[in-house]
Design a protein around this ligand. Structure first.
Ligand code: C5P
Length: 220
């Protein structure tokens, strides 16, 4: 088929992952969760006992990373050096450390290179989601959009996702503070030129998927 790269950026709790996955399914294209790649590097560094502030060592770990990542929206799996880390990379200890790894420019260069290679391998038919996809990784995407949501909506969704046992303070730490740390690596809070914005604050899941698909169909 024709190239169809759909680049989706947004903060945590915007519903980005579940929406991106469903959009990929309906468009019948591949799906790439770039956040899972930053999480996998973080898992690898912690597993090796590396000091995350040692930027040369962390960069070297990213370059050497033996990563197997599913690019199908129907099947989630992430393996590092043969260990299935699909569930572990979602744990709070990873979420708390991932920004330290993601601010390492050597790590970013390596992962951006791998992400572009994966897009090419899939014949440029892929939904790619993250923080810097519309601005860096796939500036040339057929469709670029920013999925936003109010702080309140994001904290509510993340709370539900984590099972509703979190205190408001925990949630704030996990959602707002991580985005603050991440804002130094990529500017995803405002849409760059030519990037559409979908605000999901007042939309349910199906409405958000339909809003994204409407942008895709209007653009191609
Ligand atoms: O999307 P997710 O919350 O899984 O991303 C985990 C982390 O990976 C983010 O908090 C951010 O530090 C980093 N990330 C990034 N650039 C991307 C995707 C994720 O820096 N394109």
């Amino acid at each position: 088929g024709r190239p169809l790269v759909v680049a989706i950026d947004g903060p945590s709790g915007s519903g980005k992952s579940s929406v991106s996955k469903e959009v990929a399914r309906r468009l019948r294209v591949a799906y790439l969760d770039t956040g899972a790649m930053y999480r996998a590097v973080t898992w690898d560094c912690l597993d090796r006992g590396l000091d995350l502030t040692d930027s040369a060592l962390v960069e070297a770990a990213a370059r050497a990373l033996d990563l197997e990542l599913s690019t199908s929206a129907d099947h989630e799996s992430v393996a590092v050096r043969g260990h299935d880390v699909t569930a572990e990379i979602r744990e709070p200890r990873i979420s708390q450390s991932v920004s330290a790894v993601a601010t390492n420019l050597g790590v970013r260069n390596e992962l951006i290179r791998r992400q572009r290679a994966l897009i090419a391998v899939h014949g440029r038919r892929m939904v790619v989601e993250g923080r810097d996809i519309t601005t860096v990784v796939a500036r040339d995407a057929e469709v670029r959009l920013l999925l936003t949501a109010s702080e309140e909506a994001r904290m509510r969704r993340r709370g539900i996702q984590l099972g509703g046992t979190q205190t408001a303070e925990d949630l704030h730490q996990q959602v707002i503070e991580r985005d603050l740390k991440d804002s130094t690596v990529a500017s995803f809070s405002q849409a760059a030129d030519g990037v559409y914005t979908v605000d999901s604050s007042d939309l349910d899941f199906e409405e958000t998927v339909e809003a994204v698909l409407a942008v895709v169909h209007a653009a191609v």
